[in-house]
Structures are given as C-alpha cells and as structure tokens.
Design a protein around this ligand. Structure first.
Ligand SMILES: [Zn+2]
Length: 99
C-alpha cells in the first residue's frame, strides 16, 4: 500500500527492530544522550558501549546520570533512524507493544 514513510513508523516498531546496542551498531544508527536538565547532548559511541556494557545492552526506557559536572539530571537516549530527520527518544510504553 505505497511506500511507508519512515517518519511515520511508530517508535515501538523501531524498538522491535533495534532492541539492543548490537542492532543499533550494526546499522550505524546515530544515537545521542540528551539531558533535559542542562541541555547537554552527547554522541553515543555504540561500539564502546557494546564493548564495555555488552552487546545486549538496551537503551530503551533507560536513563543514566548526566556527565556534566554539577548537573544532577538524568540523560535519555535518542536515535535518528534511517530515513528520519529527528532524534526520537528511545522510550516506548510497554503497554503499547504488540504481540
Ligand atoms: Zn545535565
């Protein structure tokens, strides 16, 4: 039924496609950490995360302490998937998952 616009793919579907850092790294997805408290955005080195935390590490619904000195906020992870032009928060309501 026509070409699917990647911008319209629900984030829950991206979660199915990219459950862990391994899939994100394989497709070289652009992932950043973003702190809502201080606004600090940092590129995430997926290969480094896979090496240190393991390839099955998941960013979904995960928060981590902000690394800016003096900031007590928690970063969320965002990804710019292929064919899309915005960074989407890697948060998906488990209750919305199909299947
Ligand atoms: Zn911060």
């Amino acid at each position: 039924m026509g070409t699917k616009n990647p911008e319209r793919i629900p984030v829950a579907a991206w979660r199915v496609k990219y459950p862990t850092v391994a899939e994100l790294a394989r497709d070289r997805v652009d992932v950043i950490s973003s702190c809502p408290s201080c606004g600090l955005n940092m590129a995430v080195d997926l290969a480094l995360v896979a090496r240190i935390s393991g390839a099955s590490t998941s960013f979904w619904n995960r928060k981590a302490p902000c690394r800016r000195i003096g900031c007590s906020g928690h970063v969320e992870f965002r990804a710019k998937f292929r064919g899309t032009h915005i960074y989407q928060a890697l948060s998906a309501d488990d209750r919305e998952r199909e299947g």
